[in-house]
Structures are given as structure tokens and as C-alpha cells.
Design a protein around this ligand. Structure first.
Ligand code: NDP
Length: 419
């Protein structure tokens, strides 16, 4: 039925590809293309006898628009799934436009080189005007809206769990549970333990950039920024237990502030253990999280990239991670004239994910929504010209497919709220 090109073959992409191959009636043909072709070949070989999806592989540098155009023209997919890094979002969107192909990704654009003066001038203006200083924001990709509209193509942005499912939960709440939504607290709890003193559950460079940035939230029509990790709360997560969580800036806040009319406050919290925070602070204090190249014995090295080379590859954490994740939204508002609060969430077990697809639950909870998002686009259920986030589509077919294919959701009508 469809021919899809996947770019990237890391932790998240491997899950998305394995899940696509469980549905060969939808994903008839897949091309796995990435910087390191041997990883694509190894995954294709592992899947060969397990699926009837026809898999091919290719090498591509996704920073290079011409290489991408050649690959897309040769393979002729109807959708490109960008599961490489946020650095490649714009080059892949450009190539999709040049070739007339639909696009999707799991994280919004951020530049690899944050010292680039041209990017920095725009970034500093945005910080002043909008009031948050994270390196990533939607303005770069939202600027493509008209081009995708004119080309009659769909671009689906941020289709992982958070961003992604957390926004679909809001669209579901808006459609079925509330007449008005007042506040949204997105909670991302990883109760898993991999046994290492320090490791990240997805790409270390992207993860550490995200969590070391100042936190921010949306309140009464504007951003409030706070020093990194300066708002801490405790929460008793269903099936996980009591955890410390910290307020972070997160990209779906930006989309929800635009797409949920009348919302008064949107916050995002993520759980961290003390060991993670102590290591991160120490690495930050000695300059290891810096993205600015330094000279070392005649070579230019970027400290955070060197650190990535030392840390465990998140794709290898699967066999040793035990415990569960609990990710969802506490939403308050009004239904039929009465105040109401729900917690809509998913619980995922690291070892169950490993048994099914050989990965821990963070890659699983991102890769499954990416596969389901791709399914929505190629089936024509989420297909309209322009650039959209998941909260701008009908949540019902997406939530139904998520539940069927590995990420069921619970609606708790009487949750504890976060102060
Ligand atoms: P990994 O580092 O494990 O994988 C990234 C993949 O992209 C690797 O295969 C890498 O190739 C490839 N790649 C990197 N640069 C290029 C390039 N220039 N050209 C071609 N291929 C390239 O990352 P993850 O799988 O952990 O994360 C993937 C994405 O998912 C990220 O954007 C991340 O932010 C996002 N994410 C989203 C979440 C959500 O809930 N929405 C949660 C977690 C992650 P190589 O093997 O050569 O390094």
C-alpha cells in the first residue's frame, strides 16, 4: 500500500522501523537510510525473515539537501520519516518540498552550531520577543507552512510521545472530556533503572541540551522563564510510585498555547534521579555540555559530542533497563458547567518493550507514535496541506491505533493535581 523512506537508524528509528514491519499491509516497502549504512543493513538483515515489508537500505548525509533529493527521487516514497536528529529537520523538509513528498519528524528544529552568527541573531531576537531561551522552537518549521500548503503536501511535526502523544491527549480531552480547558500539566516520568551511574535514554547531545536549558512555562498568554531545575515537585505516579520531577521548557507547550483556545497555564515536568542531576551539574560546571568547539592537541572538538562518544549508546540500554514509564497530562477545565480534572496517561514497561522490539521504553514510547503517525498520513487519515502538530488532527484514529499497537491510555477522573 505505501512506500516510506526512514532517515536515521538509531534507538527511536529502530523501534519505528520494527513496528512498521509488523504492519506490512500498510508499510509495503521501506527504505532505511542513514549516515552509517552498516546499522541500516544490520537492522534490515535482522528483520528479513520476520516481515513481508520489502526493505532496502541507503547511505545519506541528511545535512546535504542535494544528497537527500537524489535519494528521494530515486526511491520515490510517499512519506519521509525523519528520525535522525533535530539538526536535519530543515534540510529534509527542503528536500521533501523539492520532490513533492510528505514529511514527518519527532522533534522540532534546533541548529547543531549555536555559535553561527546568522542563526544567533534570529535566536536572540526570538528570546527577547517570546521570552524563552531554549535553542529549539517551532518558528523555523512553521515558516514552511505556506510552502507545504502550496505544494499540497503534509508535514507532521513532533510525532513521538512528548511531543506527540501528549498533544493528541489534549486534542482528545478537548473533543471528548471538556468544554473549556484551563490548565495542562504534562508529566514525563521514567521510573526505569539501567544500572549505570549516568546515561541518557535518547541521543545524549539532544537530551543534555534540553535538560540543561532554563525551564519555562506558559501562563496567562506569556512565557515565564526560570533557572534550570529551579522548580521541583513530588508526584506519586500510578504503577511507578513517588518521584521528584522538575519543570522544563518543552516544545509542545508552544504548539498547545497556539492550538488550545483559552488555556491559562501549560507546564511540563520530567522526573530525574539525584545521580543524574549530580552528574549533569558536574559535567556542565567543567564545560562538557558546551556546543562550542575547543582546540585539543591540534584537533577541534565539540565537548558535548566528545561526551556522547563516552556515554552508553541509548540503543544498548534495552537489556539492562527495568521498571516502568508513566507519561501523561493532568488537565483541568469545565464540562457541562462543572469543574473537572483528569489525568490521561500511558504506562510502559521497559522489559516488555525489550521483549517485543529489543529496546527500552523511551525509544519504544517514541518509535510507536512515529509509526502510528506515519500510518495516519499514508492512510490519508491525517493528510492535509500544510505544517501541523498532532494536536491539529482528529485524535480518535491515532489514539485508537496507539492503544492497539502498544500504547494504551488510561483516563483517571480523580487524580492528584500538581501544586
Ligand atoms: P540516535 O542518536 O540514537 O539516532 C540518530 C540517528 O540519526 C543515527 O542513526 C544517526 O546516524 C542518524 N544521523 C545523525 N545525523 C545524521 C545525518 N547528518 N545524516 C543521516 N543520518 C544522521 O537518536 P535517537 O534515536 O535517540 O533520537 C532520534 C530522534 O528522536 C531525535 O530527533 C530525538 O530528539 C527524537 N526524540 C523524540 C522524542 C519524543 O518523544 N518526541 C523522545 C526521544 C527522542 P549514526 O548512526 O551515524 O550516528
Amino acid at each position: 500500500m505505501s512506500r516510506v523512506l526512514v532517515i536515521g537508524c538509531g534507538g527511536v528509528a529502530s523501534v519505528a522501523i520494527r513496528k512498521c514491519c509488523q504492519h506490512p499491509e500498510v508499510f509495503t516497502e521501506l527504505c532505511i537510510a542513514s549516515r552509517t549504512k552498516s546499522k541500516c543493513d544490520a537492522l534490515a538483515a535482522a528483520l528479513k525473515d520476520k516481515t513481508t515489508t520489502r526493505i532496502t537500505t541507503a547511505q545519506v548525509n541528511a545535512d546535504d539537501v542535494d544528497q537527500l533529493i537524489s535519494l528521494i527521487r530515486a526511491y520515490k516514497p510517499e512519506l519521509v520519516m525523519n528520525i535522525a536528529l533535530p539538526y536535519q529537520d530543515l534540510t529534509i523538509m527542503d528536500a521533501c518540498l523539492a520532490c513533492g513528498v510528505n514529511y514527518m519528524d519527532t522533534a522540532n528544529y534546533e541548529p547543531e552550531d549555536t555559535d553561527d552568527p546568522a542563526w544567533r541573531a534570529i535566536y536572540e531576537k526570538r528570546c527577547r520577543e517570546k521570552g524563552f531561551s531554549a535553542y529549539f522552537d517551532y518558528s523555523w518549521q512553521w515558516a514552511y507552512r505556506e510552502k507545504f500548503e502550496q505544494a499540497g503536501l503534509t508535514a507532521l511535526l513532533g510525532c513521538g510521545f512528548d511531543p506527540g502523544v501528549t498533544q493528541a491527549y489534549c486534542a482528545y480531552a478537548k473533543k471528548h472530556e471538556f468544554d473549556e480547558i484551563d490548565t495542562i500539566d504534562i508529566l514525563d516520568c521514567n521510573g526505569g533503572d539501567h544500572g549505570y551511574p549516568f546515561a541518557t535514554n535518547f541521543n545524549p547531545e539532544i537530551n543534555l541540551r534540553e535538560v540543561s536549558a532554563p525551564g519555562s512555562y506558559w501562563e496567562n498568554g506569556k512565557w515565564v522563564e526560570i533557572p534550570a531545575m529551579s522548580i521541583k515537585r513530588e508526584y506519586n505516579f500510578p504503577e511507578v510510585g513517588m518521584k521528584d520531577m522538575y519543570l522544563l521548557h518543552h516544545e509542545e507547550i508552544e504548539a498547545l498555547a497556539k492550538n488550545i483556545p483559552g488555556v491559562k497555564r501549560i507546564r511540563f515536568f520530567m522526573t530525574f534521579g539525584q545521580s543524574y542531576l549530580t552528574h549533569m551539574k558536574c559535567l556542565e560546571n567543567v564545560g562538557m555540555l558546551s556546543t562550542t568547539p575547543v582546540e585539543f592537541e591540534g584537533h577541534q572538538i565539540v565537548p558535548i559530542q566528545f561526551l556522547k562518544a563516552l556515554l552508553p549508546d541509548p540503543a544498548t540500554l534495552g537489556p539492562r533497563t527495568v521498571g516502568k514509564t508513566n507519561i501523561g497530562n493532568i488537565i483541568t477545565g469545565v464540562k457541562d458547567g462543572k469543574e473537572k480534572t483528569i489525568y490521561i496517561y500511558n504506562v510502559c514497561d521497559h522489559q516488555e518493550c525489550y521483549k517485543e522490539v529489543g529496546s527500552q521504553a523511551i525509544s519504544y514510547t517514541t518509535g510507536v507514535p512515529a509509526m502510528v503517525g506515519a500510518m495516519m498520513v499514508v492512510k490519508g487519515l491525517w493528510k492535509k496541506p500544510g505544517v501541523f502538530t498532532t494536536d491539529e488532527f482528529d485524535p480518535d484514529p491515532y489514539m485508537e491505533a496507539l492503544a492497539k499497537f502498544g500504547l494504551p491510555f488510561v483516563v483517571d477522573e480523580n487524580p492528584t493535581t500538581v501544586e
